[in-house]
Design a protein around this ligand. Sequence first.
Ligand SMILES: *Cc1c(COP(=O)(O)O)cnc(C)c1O
Length: 407
Amino acid sequence: MKPEISNHRRDFPMLTRKMHGQPLIYLDNGATTQKPLTVLNRMDQFYREEYATVRRGVYGLSQKATEACIASRETCRRFLNARSADEIVFTKGTTEAINLVAASYGRKFVQAGDEIIISEIEHHANIVPWQRLAEEKGAQLRIVPVNDQGELIFSAFEKLLSPKTRIVAIAHISNALGTIHPIREIIAMAHKAGAVVLIDGAQAAAHMNVDVRELDADFYCFSGHKTFGPTGIGVLYGKLALLTAMDPYQCGGDMIDEVRFEKTTFAPPPAKFEAGTPPIAQIIGLGEALRYIEAIGREQIAAYEHELLLYATEALRRIPGLKIIGEAHHKAAIISFIMDGVHPHDIGTILDSQGIAIRAGHHCAQPTMRRFGVPATARASFAFYNTREDIDELIKAVSSVRKVFGP
Ligand SMILES: *Cc1c(COP(=O)(O)O)cnc(C)c1O
């Protein structure tokens, strides 16, 4: 017998602390994830015993730090099954990765009259950079609608695709609703129309297998802090030919080949997109986090979290006056819900007083809220360290909200 996946809960110091005298039940993994000891220890060790800058030093410490960053980039390559580590660009996170592509690929290759397609249920990070780009270029932003379950309407997507489509940008998993989009089909269709595709993998990377070559994604990005790693670091995968064709994003040290006052030439990717001293400890911490996930196994994680989703969905549905927003057939372990007569913020506050952390608000997805006619939702989002007992506590607490506010 394989040990229960949730035994890994013990690896997370935060999950042993109390909130308002109660054991912390952390159900806001869609916003950010807790950190395992192995990541904390690795970063602590780096700062205490190995700290030095990278790429510049001839001294041993700097060389060792450089090697650690190279190893981490290789881990990211393996994690996404990219062809080459040169296709892995370190960014601050998903938001910066999308901004990089919009600024660098978009500014060079999108022209007046072109079209950029996104879905109706994107995170603001996958809306606003494209909107700004479209405004700047006189291009059009086209929106693929979703049905009442929160699933992309494929026929509408097909209709929107045309030779004018330059970029299709879509989440792998919706952070607000949990919908898992059929991105392999989306990518194939977009490619047929001659568009490049960016996948916002912020909600997917830690929760399911991602193989960028099998998907044939042109760009794929995620954030370290949502994959049990540190803040301030994320990954942009891009096909080498695309990265090579793109202009630099920010300029400064480390991204150049040769600098003369007349003209500067740039380093090849990924260095071209990584101006300045990188977040060294975060890069090393991210590598450790991804190795930790790999050791547990993303298929195992996905299967376990799916069980949690089914268990929680069924229990929540039994609570009178509660409505789940987003009931896609393919769904990740993210549940958005509302309750008759109770504002989601009040649900969040009452749950917090019982040590349960959920998110309440628009989840950086205001158009999604508008589509479903709600100002906000309460959202419970799970990770492999959550258990059925956590869900039982959630259900008890949400039921008690009904008793406070209910008719
Ligand atoms: C969290 C999230 C982002 C933004 O990630 P940052 O880490 O804040 O840059 C973008 N898209 C989705 C789907 C997300 O869940």
